[in-house]
Design a protein around this ligand. Sequence first.
Ligand code: FAD
Length: 473
Amino acid sequence: MTDRYDAIVVGSGPNGLTAAATLSVHGKRVMVIEAHDEIGGAIRSSDLGEPGWMHDTGATIHALAAISPAYRTLDLAGAGVEFINPEILLSHVLDHGGASLYRNLDATAEGLGRDAKQYRRLIAHSASHFEDLADDVLGPILHMPSHPVTLARFALVALLPMTVVGRMFRTEEARALLAGSAAHSFTPLHHPLTSSFAVMLHAAGHSAGWPFAAGGSSRIADALATIVVSHGGEIVTGTTVESRSDLPDHAALLLDTGPAAAAKILGDELPKRRARRFRRFRHGPGAFKVDFNLSGPIPWRYEPATRSGTVHVIGGYRELIAAERATSRGEMPDAPFVLVCQASPSDPSRAPEGHQTCWSYAHVPAGFDGDAQPKIVAQIERFAPGFSDVVLSSTATGPHALEAGNANLVGGDVGGGSYSGMQILRRPTLSSRPYRTGAPGTYICSASTPPGAGAHGMSGHLAALDALGRELR
Ligand SMILES: Cc1cc2nc3c(=O)[nH]c(=O)nc-3n(C[C@H](O)[C@H](O)[C@H](O)COP(=O)(O)OP(=O)(O)OC[C@H]3O[C@@H](n4cnc5c(N)ncnc54)[C@H](O)[C@@H]3O)c2cc1C
């Protein structure tokens, strides 16, 4: 056998591994090179030094992975990946009460009282045609739509800022529930297209739920790696790629890295204008993550939150808008937006019997170097008095530590780059082939490319298919 590879993939996040798996099942000889000692990027899982516990150190909620066309093609279910839904997908807790997203659209709408009809009007079509919508939305923005009517109906709302969609609703519950989901964009909610995150995530929820991966998110990475290796591929860990010239001979190079890192690896091979664009690619606000081991359930005042996989913790709609605006301006709010996930009731393998895990992160300014844990605890305590009494231990991972463990998480940005302004369209270029870097035979396939953040592997899959139609034909 020669030392020439059909393809080298740099980075083993879900996109890098999906690219490698897609190429492998097409009979290509692939090598994956990963900087960290473990594969998986932002879908790793760990006991964080306490045997008997299991935490997802990055992504935990798999609303998009569960419906990923790439994972369906690669048959991840056949490779042992199981998604488990919580009883209630999401609750948004308020000082008095709250609101919940159920798998069932009618149950969700009815819970929103006077806004039931408006919720159905906003979400029902996208939810009932979700597979068609996913075909058109989980890829480059510039493309010939496969389902133009469904896409057009989605776009009518999706193009609007969340603050405009918020005005279509009369209750605090409906506004807060939708705006909390829109805030997964890490973008101030008066920006165009922010409502697209709410509509997509809610429609996905009514379609396949917001599940956890049984046994931890790393099971997704393990399944993809097994596909690569069983087809003769190789995976090398603990090796940071600095330059293309350091790599073995290859026909195609796929970079599961941020655009600036891609520019560095490709050096002078990258056309100058493209190199400038890649270096100027903007990153978004950061995340400050805290994983808790708990002696029992979180004592939420809003009872449905106890049965929810995800809980949005911020308070009302106005508080959320203000907090998101502050973090994007580089200011740390006193009361940040906190996402809490409770995986162990659905997946008891993650905690010793009778105990629970709690995954949380707060939205913080890019590169924030303070300690956000006291603010996270205070936010949870506000809606779950007595939370601190059930905490046995905790592990905090701020923006710098996130980046130190994974170079793609620049300044703690977990979304692969800011979604504000034109960059929601230019990731990193506005093109029907956004994966091509402009340097011959090279592709960028991380979450900085369409369809963006999430553990769905679609960027890797689409970049691999592009390479299979060109150098690897
Ligand atoms: C804390 C956190 C929570 C999240 N929560 C969710 C969630 O609940 N649901 C969801 O869908 N998504 C979530 N996400 C986002 C999701 O995990 C990412 O969008 C997804 O992992 C991106 O995949 P990727 O393959 O593009 O990059 P990554 O997963 O970031 O992987 C990139 C890999 O490339 C490696 N690498 C980078 N540069 C080099 C180099 N030069 N040489 C070698 N290797 C290199 C890195 O070490 C890393 O392993 C979360 C992310 C984080 C960090």
